[in-house]
Design a protein around this ligand. Structure first.
Ligand SMILES: Cc1cc2nc3c(=O)[nH]c(=O)nc-3n(C[C@H](O)[C@H](O)[C@H](O)COP(=O)(O)OP(=O)(O)OC[C@H]3O[C@@H](n4cnc5c(N)ncnc54)[C@H](O)[C@@H]3O)c2cc1C
Length: 133
């Protein structure tokens, strides 16, 4: 069927029901792409803002924590969603999203864990420290 689709307009081969399913699947993938592009753009804006604060000598540890906490999480979510879009084969190493996903799992620790950045931000907001040790 896939070979035939190369020669004929695939629409000719599909029933109306199959066309409706395909269109819904396409719309769902596009919705994921739109969300990921928006999230990546927001992460870039956060990094740009932090960079400008740093140039002005105002990049406090809490501000760095906010950017690292948010952007590593965004990057991981995007990698995971991309893996999901590829279904089961998305876990194969030959797909770039899986390589990024594995790398980002370690980035999540070496840039400081979510928990620690959350506690640092909590301290900044409330003035009270829940950090131990
Ligand atoms: C593969 C790899 C190699 C690395 N190599 C290096 C290296 O060579 N040199 C280097 O400097 N760094 C290195 N790092 C980074 C380093 O491990 C992390 O920066 C560090 O572990 C992050 O500290 P953290 O406090 O956020 O989490 P961790 O110290 O890993 O703590 C884990 C969890 O324990 C809890 N926790 C920890 N401390 C507290 C506390 N005080 N209060 C309450 N809860 C707490 C939190 O829930 C936290 O999420 C490496 C990381 C990876 C993944």
């Amino acid at each position: 069927m896939y070979e035939a689709a190369d020669f004929y307009d695939i629409d000719d081969l599909l029933t109306p029901e199959e066309r409706a399913v395909r269109d819904r699947a396409r719309a769902w993938v596009e919705a994921q792409l739109a969300r990921m592009l928006t999230d990546i753009t927001k992460a870039q804006l956060l990094a740009l803002r932090l960079g400008r604060l740093r140039d002005a000598g105002k990049a406090t540890p809490a501000r760095v924590s906010m950017a690292k906490r948010a952007n590593v999480e965004t990057a991981l979510e995007v990698a995971r969603t991309t893996r999901e879009l590829l279904d089961g084969v998305g876990i194969l190493e030959r797909h770039q999203c899986f390589r990024h996903m594995c790398n980002l799992e370690s980035v999540k620790t070496y840039e400081g864990t979510q928990d620690m950045h959350t506690l640092i931000l909590g301290r900044e907001i409330t003035g009270l420290s829940a950090l131990t040790g």
